[in-house]
Structures are given as C-alpha cells and as structure tokens.
Write a protein that binds this ligand. Sequence first.
Ligand SMILES: C[S@@+](CC[C@H](N)C(=O)[O-])C[C@H]1O[C@@H](n2cnc3c(N)ncnc32)[C@H](O)[C@@H]1O
Length: 141
Amino acid sequence: MGKNKLARFAENKILPNVIQPTREDALKGFKLKGKWRENFFKNDNPIVLELGCGKGEYSVGLAKTFPEKNFIGVDIKGARFWFGAKEAVDSNMTNVAFLRTQIELVDYFFAENEVDEIWITFPDPQIKYKRTKHRLTHPDF
Ligand SMILES: C[S@@+](CC[C@H](N)C(=O)[O-])C[C@H]1O[C@@H](n2cnc3c(N)ncnc32)[C@H](O)[C@@H]1O
C-alpha cells in the first residue's frame, strides 16, 4: 500500500465531513439514521446520495452547484473519496459529506423518506457474466 494512501486513511479519521461507521455501528442502530438533517447538516434541505462516489468529484461538484441541497457520497474506498472530502473542507463547504460503507448496508444508515434523490454515476460495469449480479443497477440491489 502506498504511503499516500496511508496518509489519506489517517486524514479521513479527522476530516469532519467523513463518516466511517463500523458494521456494528450500522447493525445496532446508526446514530444519524433519521437525523442527518437535524444532527449533521443542521438544516432542513433535501438529501442527495451519490452511490459509488469514487473520488467524490460529482458529489462536490453538485454540492457547489446546488448549495440548497445536502450531498452524501457513499463508497467503500476511503482513500478515493478523501480527494472530495479534502476539497470540500478546504473550500469551507458544509453541504457535502462522505460515508464509507458497503452500499449493500445503505438502509441501515438512512430512515425511510430521509433521502430525496440518488445518483449513480459511472458505476463499475461488471462486464463478466458471473459478476452482473454485483452491478448497482441489478434488480436484486
Ligand atoms: C467505476 S467507479 C466510479 C466512481 C465515480 N462514480 C465516478 O464516476 O468517477 C465505482 C465506484 O463504486 C464503488 N463501489 C462499487 N461497488 C460498491 C459497493 N458495493 N459498496 C461501496 N462502494 C462500491 C467503488 O469503490 C468505486 O469507487
């Protein structure tokens, strides 16, 4: 693992817009579930998720374009979304956050009707036939 990746993992722990719950946090009742607006964003604005946000370019770009909405980039690769998280903090943006989790667990983090919009931008194509069930757009998902 490259040094830069380790440094990004370390910085993710202190960035205020990065949330990295454990699986146990999710399963036992996640503290922000149903309370993202009230306890995290501190406003009543709509919440938009970007599933598989990668480096977070879209989440940050959309958050800049639509300051009246709250954006949450979701990805399992923290060293990738560090780029977006860092840019958002450096730009004093308060309407974008990053959640590190498996997308399969997303129901544990948001209450019914808490999310207003979902974006899936350029997901992994999973081109091998046996992998197609892992596509984010597969009906089982
Ligand atoms: C092809 S990249 C696209 C990144 C970004 N949306 C973009 O357009 O630049 C797909 C991203 O989805 C994430 N991803 C795929 N399946 C996932 C899953 N089940 N849970 C969490 N993240 C996932 C990968 O880690 C990767 O960063």
